[in-house]
Design a protein around this ligand. Sequence first.
Ligand SMILES: [Fe+2]
Length: 225
Amino acid sequence: MIFFRYFCCDTLYVKTLKKINLMAFELPALPYATNALEPHIDTKTMEIHHGKHHQAYVSNLNAALAGSEAEKLSVEDICKHISKYPAAVRNNGGGHFNHSFFWKIMKANGGGAPSGALAEAINKHFGSFDELKKQFAAAAATRFGSGWAWVIVKADKTLAVCSTPNQDNPLMDIAEVKGTPVLGIDVWEHAYYLHYQNRRPDYVSAFWNVINWDEANHHYQAAIK
Ligand SMILES: [Fe+2]
């Protein structure tokens, strides 16, 4: 009995140590099936986007951080001090954070209009939900090349729309406009080209049909605390 107890404790101890010492980042599972966002975001795009592109960011981030102290940090903390890191960490750490955020901000049968505190803040800072949609669509459409468009909470707790190039995000200390993301859309061609080809504005319009407003509200509430 004593042996059994020590054996179990020892096994648990080793597992815990491994967890501490091998803090490799992992691809998070999608919170829904790959066909759940049809017809707005097609199954093939979701399969490749999550299984290939996001996986590559995770693998490359792990390779870039291997053996460094930063392996033990959260990807959010790495993003907040990204100016300390090489380009491989900026690109792949940003890619990992952005995509992890993106999957959860969408859901099957999402969309509609925001509610609660976020709806009130949108009306206060933009005048109306339609005005927010207009500014967000413009930010997404005018981001040249690859990048992201965001709704963020800035340090002064106000809401703002912005965009970032490549896999940068507003958490990064190098971001032109800094803040905590509430909503974000990936406007890399890999996010929409199979279904929408060059019609990025159509993809951005369709995004409003899959937004998980409960998740966006959760981000907003956490950011204004
Ligand atoms: Fe992407």
